[in-house]
Design a protein around this ligand. Structure first.
Ligand code: ZN
Length: 191
């Protein structure tokens, strides 16, 4: 057995002893009553449930590198809003994001990453260009704008009614652990 897989299974055994998690498992086994949908980055330093102090059954989480939106991500958000009745969507970017850094290198130096990373970098590159047109200079500013643009794309592209659903774009700080809201969209059109 891979030694890290063993470590993960040991972690699962320790988690089984967590009384609160056991209670929540029992409460949610019949269905999800979500607090929110979170579209975040796959970066291991931004563990969404931990960052927001949430647990079993609380968050419907979609994580891709640089929270890039593909059809699977869109479909996942549509499911959470359309079927699970989530009323809050959070797009969570973070500083020192490797995917955003790759997109900046692509825009500035024409360095195209290999394989399917290319698709990730190209999607974020359009955010980089737009952010700069709108005055963003630092990587941190670009990260914040990328979260805002992703929230806008979500609003435009999801194929379920969003009336009464709020979409928040936010930025997580790796150093101090804070989450700061960057923008919010509330769709109050009747559906
Ligand atoms: Zn990232």
């Amino acid at each position: 057995m891979h030694e890290i897989w063993k470590r993960l299974l040991d972690g699962n055994e320790r988690w089984l002893a967590d009384g609160r998690a056991a209670t929540r498992r029992a409460e949610t086994v019949g269905g999800q009553q979500l607090a929110a949908v979170v579209l975040g980055c796959s970066d291991s330093r931004v563990p969404v449930e931990i960052v927001f102090g949430q647990g079993v059954g609380d968050l419907f989480v979609v994580r891709t590198a640089g929270h890039t939106l593909d059809t699977a991500g869109l479909g996942s958000v549509e499911y959470a809003v359309g079927y699970l009745r989530a009323t809050l969507i959070v797009v969570l970017g973070h500083d020192r994001c490797g995917a955003v850094a790759a997109a900046i290198r692509l825009v500035d130096d024409g360095i195209m990453p290999p394989g399917h990373i290319r698709g990730v970098a190209e999607r974020i590159a359009s955010s980089v260009r737009r952010a700069r047109e709108e005055g963003a200079v630092t990587a941190g500013e670009i990260v914040a704008r990328h979260a805002v643009y992703t929230a806008e794309q979500l609003r435009q592209r999801v194929a379920v009614p969003l009336h009464g659903v709020e979409i928040v774009a936010a930025r997580y700080d790796l150093v101090d652990g804070t989450v700061a809201q960057v923008s919010r969209i509330v769709d109050r059109r009747p559906g």
